[in-house]
Design a protein around this ligand. Structure first.
Ligand code: GSH
Length: 227
């Protein structure tokens, strides 16, 4: 949960499918624990659980060919292999990408933003999205900016070498600097969250990547965000 000191493994254990037939009344969440996109929707689900608004079942999706002793091979499963191993997941996400969700009613949702917005729409009282169309547009513009101008360069800094990597770093910094201005628009009053004093979808536009800047870009690229 957001408030309790619960780690990912505990969260997965708490929401793993059990034998109880009541499980069938819960939303099924298809997730790979390490995927930042999936983490966006996972955090929103945990927020709703903490608020007492809903519950869900965590279905782990292992996207790699299994190796020996439970080690990952890092060889991605083909879409055909995924469809064979996780048919319900691929029915919910035809390109085999996490996150995805399936409701007991048969409704299926995929793509991290669409999953987040679906949850916000299902539980408007959660405050996951602000009520006014103008404020909702601000949150969506912020997401769009992060998706097109920040996140791609995070990966390019890791994939590219030499001059291309330097260019990716310049582009990443430009995207982050603009995002910083946008954050102030989304959260004019300041506060711990982008929406001020409460959590909202705005926090999930970049949240899982912000955590990875020191961990991944810091460790592998010696990168530090300027203060
Ligand atoms: N735009 C999608 C991207 C989802 C995505 O690319 N998920 C990756 C992990 S972060 C995935 O499922 N990769 C598995 C694969 O490519 O086989 C979203 O935001 O949900």
């Amino acid at each position: 949960g957001m408030s309790a000191m619960v780690c990912g493994e505990d969260t997965i254990a708490l929401h793993s499918p059990g034998e109880d037939p009541a499980e069938r009344s819960k939303l099924r969440f298809y997730c790979s624990w390490f995927c930042p996109c999936a983490q966006r929707s996972w955090v929103c689900l945990e927020y709703l659980v903490d608020a007492g608004l809903t519950d869900y079942t965590y279905i782990p999706i292992e996207p790699y060919v299994p190796g020996v002793n439970g080690q990952d091979t890092k060889t991605p499963l083909s879409l055909e292999q995924k469809a064979e191993k996780f048919p319900d997941f691929v029915a919910a996400s035809p390109r085999g990408l996490v996150p995805a969700m399936a409701e007991p009613s048969g409704v299926v949702v995929n793509d991290s933003l669409v999953c987040c917005e679906y949850l916000a729409d299902m539980y408007p009282q959660s405050g996951l999205m602000p009520p006014s169309p103008a404020d909702r547009a601000k949150v969506r513009m912020f997401w769009e900016h992060c998706a097109s101008q920040v996140i791609p360069y995070f990966y390019k800094m890791l994939m590219f070498k030499g001059e291309q990597r330097e260019q990716a770093k310049t582009d990443f910094l430009a995207g982050m600097s603009f995002a910083n201005k946008r954050m102030l628009e989304v959260s004019p009053q300041g506060g711990m969250f982008l929406g001020g004093n409460r959590f909202s979808l705005a926090d999930m536009a970049l949240g899982p990547w912000m955590q990875r800047i020191p961990i991944v870009l810091g460790t592998y690229r010696g990168f530090e965000l300027p203060r």
